[in-house]
Ligand binder design. Structure first.
Ligand code: PLP
Length: 371
């Protein structure tokens, strides 16, 4: 006999997904709509408008891909990069490294600007790479590198890239909604995010934006886009214009959830949300320090909504995470790649970025670490 699935009500304080506002889940339980229903098209337009607010952009090419953040990453790269194009990727962690893998699959020529894991990308390194590679077409970087906890100054990286006539691709998967992002002011050409991190929704949607310059670049490509699903030209006939044409069956209930999450963010005010995440991050870090736990990333380079913590040397880190889960119902994240076993990753995102959750997490850590 099979029974209906009843998930545990976990406290999710890892790098995402996090707990979402119950209003988001309520919104998702409403009746499905057809993907070309006039009311659904209105919802898409509303989401577009809320995303423009959230991304701080006026770009008309603002869509949501029905898939996780990785799909957005692939979409930005596959639309802007042609086989043989030189692409600089600034790599200071696991997710930027994923970008290099995608560029290679497309047949692009990757140049890596390497940064120490846990540090913001040093802008001078990008400038050096551009001087040695003046034929670079695209520069890609991650704003909030969730694998390490480091936040890069992508405004500065973008300025440098444009000085050398490159298009820029920015990963705002963890930053969007929780940390300052200004797509237009920072001159970003293709930007993607996801729904389950800074935007505080459930997983499975990827907002993306293309600047007018990026759209023109795509129109003037010499070779076809190497993806059907992610071809901007095909996607845009579903997402814009008076007459919408079927591209794929958009998951209506997911979209209801995203709409609600974006609305909650707008009602708070995006600048207020940024401030809240910064303040709570500072409070959390000072409490962690009292437990003898130190942040992994130097001050001034930290992602406010994703705090990475050095694991004390005498600690069985997997045992700690298991006990947090089994005894306190609390999930935190392990280290990824070269930081596996060295750090924990703790999310204070969206609905969870508040004093109550800080105290819960600190209390649970204190108990499990026997402090
Ligand atoms: C999580 C993450 C991704 C991938 O997003 P998914 O939704 O897991 O596909 C990409 N980039 C960064 C910086 C991330 O944190």
């Amino acid at each position: 006999m099979h029974n209906s699935f009843k998930p545990h009500k976990r406290i999710l304080m890892g790098p995402g997904p996090s707990n979402v506002n119950p209003k988001v889940l309520d919104a998702m339980s409403k009746a499905p709509l057809g993907h070309l229903d006039p009311q659904f098209i209105e919802l898409m337009d509303e989401i577009k408008s809320l995303l423009k607010y959230t991304f701080k952009t006026e770009n008309e090419s603002t869509f949501v891909l029905s898939g996780p953040g990785s799909l957005g990453m692939e979409a930005c790269l596959v639309n802007l990069v042609e086989p043989g194009d030189k692409v600089i990727v600034c790599v200071g962690g696991y997710f930027a490294n994923r970008m290099t893998q995608i560029v290679e699959k497309i047949g692009g020529n990757v140049v890596v600007v390497k940064e120490t894991w846990g540090r913001a990308i040093e802008p001078a390194k990008l400038e050096d790479a551009l001087k040695t590679n003046p034929d670079t077409k695209v520069v890609a970087f991650v704003h909030a590198e969730t694998s390490t906890g480091a936040l890069s100054n992508i405004k500065q990286l973008s300025e440098i890239a444009h000085k050398y006539n490159c298009l820029t691709i920015a990963d705002t998967v963890t930053s969007l909604g929780a940390t300052d992002v200004y797509v237009d002011e920072w001159n970003l050409d293709a930007v993607y995010s996801c729904s389950q991190k800074g935007l505080a929704c459930v997983a499975g949607m990827s907002p993306i934006i293309f600047s007018e310059r990026a759209v023109q670049h795509i129109k003037n490509r010499k070779t076809p886009i190497q993806s059907w699903f992610n071809d901007l030209n095909l996607l845009s006939v579903y997402w814009s214009g008076v007459k919408r044409i079927y591209h794929h069956t958009a998951p209506s209930n997911q979209f209801y959830g995203l709409h609600e999450a974006l609305l909650i963010l707008k009602e708070e005010g995006i600048e207020n949300a940024w401030r809240r995440h910064k303040e709570n991050s500072a409070k959390f870090i000072s409490k962690l320090k009292q437990l003898g736990l130190d942040p992994f990333v130097p001050e001034g380079e930290r992602i406010p909504n994703l705090i990475t913590v050095k694991i004390p040397s005498d600690t069985d880190e997997a045992k700690v995470r298991n006990e947090l889960l089994n005894k306190h119902n609390l999930e935190i994240g392990a280290g990824l790649g070269e930081l596996a076993g060295k750090i924990w990753r703790i999310g204070l995102m969206g609905y969870n970025s508040n004093e109550k959750m800080i105290d819960y997490c600190v209390g649970a850590l204190k108990d499990v670490l026997n402090k």
